[in-house]
Design a protein around this ligand. Structure first.
Ligand code: BEZ
Length: 399
């Protein structure tokens, strides 16, 4: 079972919150002072496994915003309760129920993995708990399972890859092999890309998959070499993306068959991929060198806090805190005033490091999707692949 970590203001300041080993600490605040008690924020993220770094960067981004606000959100002090979800869908309902039922958090922020997020959305809908998704792109979270109390500060899987279909066809690519993990995000990312690529006139030669989170790519890379498509389109992230990009280059395919993908292929992974990532083109709602004041300030502050370069995961965590802060501020810190808080969050216009960020009726971001290319160890902006992309929110009936 996943461990829970309760984090006070002091532990955050000392930096202990980011410790990889989560441990139980005694209850910090008495229910008797609930009136003035700190706001309880549940962070349900992967702190171990192939997506561990992604979870940690979301956590760091959220914390950075909260620190910039004087260790408060909506004017209230915060107690963090952290759960390592290990990117395991089978443990997700129990983990979420512990945060909501036992810990009685005011909001849950999570997670990275689409399968885990779907279980979280179901509990959030049933219990009317505020949920902010800072990464997982499962289309249904802001589609068929949309709910007033569920927001996303990241993307839908469709949204991240649909623009790539046209970009690649317009670049003269006529036939493509796709490759991904066999789970919700993999299927939806490839489907969004394929929808636009085939509509534009392109052909999918073959869809290759392997189970999540396996990294034995060799047989599939050999298959790509045999098929000789004009290009490959892929979705991998975290540790799996590092291994895939290195294996692709080690097989020499980076010299003959251009590798494209959803931007997660090279975001947060580029340092570990090294030269093997050079020239990879991806689409995402962020690029390292976006030259806007919010991004420049964010990258500087993130570096000062962590000593690390910010990435899309950190941005999504930062914006999750900003969105909740906007909602809470509108209700003077009273998280129980949910209707008013939701209205303020739905109307939020955030000057995000990624560029302008607003929300559609289903609470999914409306945002630019950029074409980027790996140059000089960075995901550099090539162009706006599609401006102000709005997910169709298929099947969403907001109550
Ligand atoms: C997902 O499972 O939705 C996901 C995981 C990592 C990066 C992007 C999406």
């Amino acid at each position: 079972m996943s461990k829970i970590l309760k984090v006070s203001r002091r532990t955050l300041l000392s930096g202990a919150a980011g410790a990889a080993t989560l441990a139980v600490t005694p209850r910090l605040f008495s229910p008797a002072i609930a009136q003035n008690a700190p706001l309880k924020v549940g962070l349900m993220l992967p702190y171990t496994g192939t997506f561990a770094k992604l979870g940690q960067f979301i956590d760091n981004g959220f914390e950075l915003y909260y620190q910039q606000k004087g260790l408060k959100l909506g004017g209230r002090e915060v107690q963090f309760i952290k759960v390592d979800d290990e990117s395991k869908p089978e443990a997700a309902t129990d983990n979420m129920n512990r945060l909501v039922g036992r810990e009685k958090v005011d909001v849950v922020v999570g997670t990275v993995h689409s399968g885990v997020a779907m279980a979280m959305v179901k509990v959030a809908r049933d219990t009317k708990t505020m949920l902010i998704i800072p990464n997982a792109g499962a289309n249904d979270a802001t589609g068929a399972l949309c709910a007033p109390n569920v927001f996303r500060t990241s993307f839908s899987n469709w949204q991240a890859t649909f623009p790539a279909g046209k970009v690649m066809f317009d670049a003269g690519i006529k036939n493509v092999v796709t490759i991904t993990w066999r789970y919700t995000a993999g299927a939806e990312m490839i489907s969004g890309f394929s929808e636009n690529f085939t509509k534009s006139g392109g052909k999918i030669v073959e869809d290759l998959t392997l189970p999540f989170p396996e990294v034995e790519f060799q047989a599939l890379i050999t298959r790509i070499a045999t098929l000789k498509p004009d290009a490959v389109f892929s979705f991998f992230a975290g540790g799996g993306a590092v291994k895939f990009v290195k294996d692709y280059a080690a097989a020499g395919l980076n010299k003959t068959i251009p590798l494209y993908g959803a931007g997660f292929l090279t975001d947060g992974t580029i340092a570990a991929q090294g030269e093997a990532a050079n020239g990879i083109k991806t689409t995402l709602h962020y690029a390292d060198n976006l030259d806007n004041p919010a991004n420049l300030a964010f990258l500087k502050a993130f570096k000062a806090k962590t000593g690390l370069d910010g990435d899309i995961y950190a941005v999504q965590g930062y914006d999750a805190a900003a969105l909740f802060d906007i909602g809470l501020t509108a209700v003077g810190g009273d998280a129980k005033a949910q209707d008013k808080m939701i209205a303020a969050m739905g109307a939020a216009k955030i000057d995000s490091p990624r560029g302008p960020l607003s929300f559609n009726k289903a609470h999914n971001p409306i945002q630019n999707i950029y074409l980027r290319e790996v140059r000089n160890g960075r995901n550099e902006l090539v162009s706006i692949a599609q401006a102000a992309v709005d997910d169709p929110a298929r099947g969403c009936k907001m109550a």
